[in-house]
Ligand binder design. Structure first.
Ligand code: ADP
Ligand code: MG
Length: 449
């Protein structure tokens, strides 16, 4: 199961995209004003993009031609004939589209056409839909609630369940085995957070993106002690700063066509930036996808220390925003769906805690897909050496996959169990020279009972 990302960033340059084309007369003439669809955003249609080499699918907002004029997308009917389907495609019907198509949300003027564009244009997208503002989740709940229940298996949005946050590191009681400890290279835990007084990024404008960056620059200046550091803007980084941040795997670069189809990357690189503390153990990504990705990471396997720092960092950021804005509440959240994020896959804790672990014998013997299947047995997922949709080079990324309906400390315990499981399976592969996944079935059953 993937998240929202579809492709891995490959370009190291801070990409300054050309100004997107405005919707042209062609799109407008077909039906209702297309600008209503695209609200304040600039966009092009897929057929316009096909003819215009200046359009960059990794960054520009490209709309399905039918959705751009608020019509049921013919290509979605085709996608819906084949498996696998995005979660959006599993839920959306022409009848539901007709019912929702003229509704707009107050904050971002978000429409169902914008919400479903990614999965319409990219049938291999896993989730396929996005929110443009917090109220999208209630206004378009007929699409988004079934998608949430499909992604967050077991969670029900019938009002009977509530999401609870608990970031107390002393509650983590599961311990890493010695074997796991010796194989772990690094630990990283991130959460997404969005400011509740701005539209989410897909529904944002150049102004809201820059206003968020202005505000956060002031907030970052309030960070103290081990959390104090430097804010780098994508628009003004020097070539040396860019290279250094890239070399140390800290910089994000956008460049993802499925995310671009939701509007994540519009007005790139305006309002984008990265904050880094002096020790390079606390990082904030600004306006990458969500407004904030708050990250705690370090070498080694001290999950509790990484979690404790993350918990402090989230509070420091929250308090800093409160102080500077005078607001009582700053992060978008909801009692039932937890932290509000652009992509339904991140709702709840919005947290992914991972370790990079060396499991070379198992990787060679059974490969990433089998490792991922085994990780699922303990509520974890496996990714390649450089994140989502990457291959194994020298390490496996193992993390919790659950986000909604579980506390943060519980998800850290999932991570400990996942790392311990992989370490035990690796030891068996190495000791017995195993080359066949079925030879691990016995141990797997024993360890996941
Ligand atoms: P997410 O979207 O959850 O942040 P991605 O899979 O997109 O995760 O990875 C983001 C980046 O973080 C990638 O460069 C990845 O290699 C890096 N990363 C993830 N986990 C770790 C870890 N435990 N140690 C070091 N780097 C990590
Ligand atoms: Mg990612």
């Amino acid at each position: 199961m993937g998240g929202c990302n579809s492709t891995t960033a490959t370009d190291n340059s801070a990409h300054q995209k050309p100004t997107s084309s405005q919707p042209n007369g062609e799109a407008k003439a077909e039906s209702k004003p297309a600008d209503e669809m695209a609200q304040s955003s600039n966009y092009v249609t897929q057929s316009m993009a096909a003819k215009d080499p200046k359009v960059d699918p990794d960054f520009d907002l490209i709309m399905d031609d039918d959705l751009a004029v608020n019509k049921w997308p013919a290509q979605l009917t085709e996608h819906q004939k084949k498996e696998p389907m995005s979660l959006m495609a599993q839920v959306m019907t022409p009848e539901l589209f007709e019912k929702l198509k003229d509704i707009r949300t107050p904050t971002a003027n978000w429409s169902i056409a914008r919400a479903m564009n990614t999965g319409t244009c990219y049938p291999t997208s896993f989730v396929g839909c996005h929110a443009g503002d917090p109220e999208s989740y209630s206004i378009f709940k007929e699409l988004l609630h079934p998608v949430i229940e499909k992604y967050h298996k077991g969670y029900k949005l019938d009002g009977s369940m509530k999401h609870i946050t608990d970031m107390d590191p002393t509650k983590i009681t599961s311990k890493l085995s010695e074997s796991a400890h010796s194989k772990i290279i690094s630990t990283r835990i991130r959460v997404a957070r969005n400011l509740n007084f701005f539209p989410l990024n897909p529904g944002g404008s150049i102004d809201t993106r820059n206003q968020i960056a202005e505000l956060m620059e002031k907030v970052f200046a309030t960070m103290e002690g081990d959390l104090a550091g430097t804010f780098y803007r994508h628009t003004s980084m020097t070539a040396e700063e860019t290279k250094s941040l890239v070399d140390r795997h800290f910089l994000f670069r956008g460049k993802d066509k499925m995310q671009a189809a939701s509007g994540y990357h519009q007005h790139w690189a305006q309002g984008r930036g990265i904050f880094l503390n002096k020790d390079e153990t606390f990082i904030v990504w600004l306006n990458e996808g969500d407004h904030l990705r708050i990250i705690s990471m370090e070498n080694g396997g001290d999950i509790i220390r990484v979690f404790e720092r993350l918990s402090r960092a989230i509070s420091a950021i929250e308090n800093g925003v409160k102080k500077i804005t005078g607001r009582d509440s700053v992060f978008a959240s909801d009692p039932h769906i937890g932290m509000i994020t652009c992509c339904p896959s991140n709702l709840g804790t919005a947290m992914r805690g991972s370790v990079h672990i060396k499991v070379p014998a198992m990787a060679a013997a059974i490969g990433l897909a089998e490792i991922d299947k085994m990780a699922r047995k303990v509520q974890c997922q496996a990714r390649g050496s450089s994140g989502e949709h990457s291959a194994i080079v020298d390490r496996v990324d193992i993390s919790n996959w659950r986000r909604l309906g579980f506390t943060e400390y519980n998800l850290c315990q999932d991570l400990v169990k996942g790392a311990n499981l992989l370490a035990s399976l690796e030891d068996k592969c190495a000791d017995e020279n195993i080359t066949d996944a079925s030879k691990l079935d016995g141990l797997l059953a024993e360890l996941t009972m």
